[in-house]
Design a protein around this ligand. Structure first.
Ligand code: NAD
Length: 636
């Protein structure tokens, strides 16, 4: 059993695009009414926008934040804060501006709302580094942690590309070191790995993927949270030394040093490195980070950052002067070697990589040039997962061959009226997963359900009141449904396609003797959003099980039955399409539907009735009535 201690940092996080607009609300939420706005260098215009949004809440402005939070600058800002009587600071900028906000909060107790424009992560840590008389001191105190952080992807997107790359690698360093931290714990590990995945994806997609900046900002938040939660090791201490004693720029120094610090720790922290490599979709973590930096066009040598070769040994001496927890033992010679390699910009020597890991990395790399960013993401993610499936299960040649044969037969079973691949996807639950991801994101609308394999394009147009069963035998069904939007306003002239099985559980396309489409049709709602038609009660049915999917179900001891249901596809201009199914309450197989399509909210009464149907038609014996209101979302 793993023992650990975890302390959460109580900050409110607002994440999104255009969230800058919420700054006044967030200040008010804290119960504050006089704001000193701190805007970083290059961010005056954004500072002006913040002041405008704050309106009467804005009480003053200070734009002089500087790198490493010099106490003289803090004193100047403090005078402005006191003059204005501010009870809150709103900081918009990078780690330097956040540092000033923290310094003011630590001295006065004012609340902080921080809008980060870089990926440094300071906004979610209770740590403050200040410089006075040339000495940088660091303290940690709960009062330093900003109360609210507003992450605005639009704001961070203004960060120039070169700064974005180094700042993102700065964040990556927090996540990597968190995984081998002496205080590591499962909560932080999870955040660190997620941060690494987002940061790598954002860095790889910077030029082509519209979501890249969102990925980077999300990664930065997670990585910063790791930094605030656990202690850092060699990498951060080295960067601290190089920044503090040699004046090297913060984020570019992190970018150069990270692969080398990782290589130094690699043998002593194999599990952390394996997890980092996996999150990067690579075989060896230190070289993968180096390659990521090269690919993104970031700096790779301390030489290009202006460090003199003669300073390397002194830097190594300073870095070992005070001990701190780190996986690999710290020696002056070891660090001098690390710094020489980082100074020269060498690619770290790869660790011990298995031939399979190397192969996976090689295959992933062949997709790196895929022009379509989304396709690139899907392919480069699919390959490591497929390979891991084979490795984790020790797949044999015979099993692989059986799998290929199965897929071949699945393809061969497909025709214009039979879709064995859809059946395979349905019976593996994949169709329902995609349905949940893609269609069910609005809680106010009727849940969607899978399309299934029996939909046929262009069904026959039928008038209101039509009998879609064309007189086929079965329990008569009278359907009276209404289509509304999420405000309960009727949606007139919506195109509603319906399709269902017959009394024996077959769709028309499965019955070659039938002449033309039946038990399917296209109808339109009236001015009140209503639609009425007649049919027969659908029954449970087996999905076609005479093909490879059926063989799979039999091998697994699974039945092939679907619970009885009616399909609907609803289209109306200005509204999102709804594809769904209504299940007969009390029907069989509701709890073991072969394609995992049943959702509780879609199980409805098909009420038993006798006497004439509402349209006045006489019925001998029992008939069923379905009344239902579909709620569909508007687009845009
Ligand atoms: P920074 O705030 O100095 O910003 C780097 C540069 O980018 C600056 O010139 C800044 O003006 C510019 N910039 C920022 N956003 C911009 C934008 N949107 N458009 C154009 N230019 C923009 O540096 P940083 O890398 O964000 O942060 C580094 C500082 O933060 C260091 O002092 C470091 O010690 C501190 N830090 C502290 C912690 C902590 O937990 N206490 C954590 C991380 C970093």
């Amino acid at each position: 059993m793993e023992e650990f201690t975890y302390t959460a940092q109580p900050a409110r996080i607002v994440f999104g695009s255009g969230t800058l607009e919420r700054v006044a609300d967030e200040v008010t939420r804290l119960g504050r009414s006089r704001v000193l706005v701190l805007a970083g260098e290059h961010l005056r215009a954004v500072g002006d926008r913040v002041e405008k949004i704050l309106g009467p809440l804005a009480a003053g402005r200070f734009d002089g934040a500087a790198m490493h939070t010099p106490v003289e600058v803090t004193d100047e800002a403090l005078a402005v804060l006191r003059e204005t009587g501010a009870d809150c600071v709103v900081a918009v900028g990078g780690g330097s501006t956040t540092g000033l906000a923290k310094a003011l909060a630590f001295r006065t107790g004012v609340d902080q709302v921080v809008l980060p424009t870089t990926y440094a992560g300071s906004e979610v840590t209770p740590v403050l580094g200040e410089t006075g008389n040339g000495v940088k001191t660091t303290r940690s105190d709960p009062a330093i942690l900003p109360e609210t952080v507003i992450y605005d992807v639009e704001l961070s997107a203004e960060l120039p590309r070169a700064l974005a790359v180094t700042s993102a690698v700065n964040a990556l360093a927090h996540a990597v070191e968190a995984l081998y931290s002496a205080d590591a714990n499962p909560v932080v590990d999870g955040m660190a790995l997620d941060a690494i995945r987002h940061l790598a994806r954002g860095l790889r997609g910077l030029d082509a993927d519209p979501d890249a900046r969102a990925d980077l900002l999300r990664g930065a938040w997670l990585a910063g949270t790791c930094l605030g939660a656990v202690g850092m090791g060699l990498h951060h201490k080295l960067c601290h030394t190089l920044g503090g004693s040699f004046g090297l720029p913060h984020a570019p120094t992190h970018t150069v040093v990270l692969p080398h610090a990782m290589a130094y720790n690699s043998a002593a922290a194999p599990e952390a490195m394996r997890r980092v490599a996996e999150a990067l979709g690579a075989a060896d973590a230190p070289t993968a980070v180096f390659d990521l930096v090269v690919e993104a066009g970031g700096p790779t040598s301390l030489r290009e950052l202006g460090l003199a070769e003669a300073d390397l040994d002194r830097a190594a001496g300073l870095a070992v002067a005070r001990p701190y927890p780190n996986p690999a033992p710290l020696t002056r010679e070891g660090l001098a070697g690390l710094l020489h390699r980082a100074w020269a910009g060498e690619r770290p020597a790869g660790g011990a990589v298995s031939p399979i890991e190397a192969l996976t990395a090689q295959v992933v790399a062949t997709f790196a040039g895929t022009e379509d960013a989304r396709l690139r993401r899907l392919l480069t993610d699919l390959v490591p997962r497929l390979h891991a499936f084979a490795v984790d299960n020790d797949l044999t040649q015979a099993e692989w061959q059986q799998g290929i044969d199965f897929l071949t037969r699945t393809g061969q079973a497909c025709s214009d009226t039979r879709q064995e691949f859809v059946l395979l996807s349905d019976t593996l639950g994949l169709s329902s997963v995609v349905d949940v991801l893609d269609n069910s994101r609005t809680p106010d609308t009727t849940p969607s359900a899978v399309l299934g394999p029996f939909y046929v394009e262009g069904p026959p147009e039928l008038p209101q009141g039509a009998d879609v069963s064309a007189g086929l035998p079965g329990t008569p069904l009278y359907v009276d449904v209404t289509v509304t939007d999420t405000e309960d306003r009727p949606v007139a002239d919506a195109v509603v396609d319906v399709w269902q099985s017959n009394e024996d559980g077959f769709y028309d396309v499965q019955l070659p003797d039938l002449d033309g489409p039946v038990l399917r049709g296209r109808l339109r709602t009236d001015a009140g959003g209503r639609l009425r038609f007649r049919s027969i009660l659908p029954s449970e049915y087996p999905i076609p099980d005479d093909g490879p999917v059926g063989a799979m179900l039999r091998a697994a001891g699974r039945h092939p039955y679907r619970a009885p249901h009616l399909h609907f596809m609803i289209d109306a201009p200005g509204h999102r399409r709804l594809i769904t199914q209504l299940f007969v309450r009390g029907g069989r197989y509701l709890d073991s539907d072969a394609v995992f399509g049943v959702k509780e909210d879609l199980v409805v009464d098909f009420a038993s009735r006798t006497g004439p149907t509402p349209d006045g038609a006489p019925v001998a014996g029992e008939w069923r009535e379905l009344r239902y209101t579909f709620r569909i979302a508007t687009t845009g």
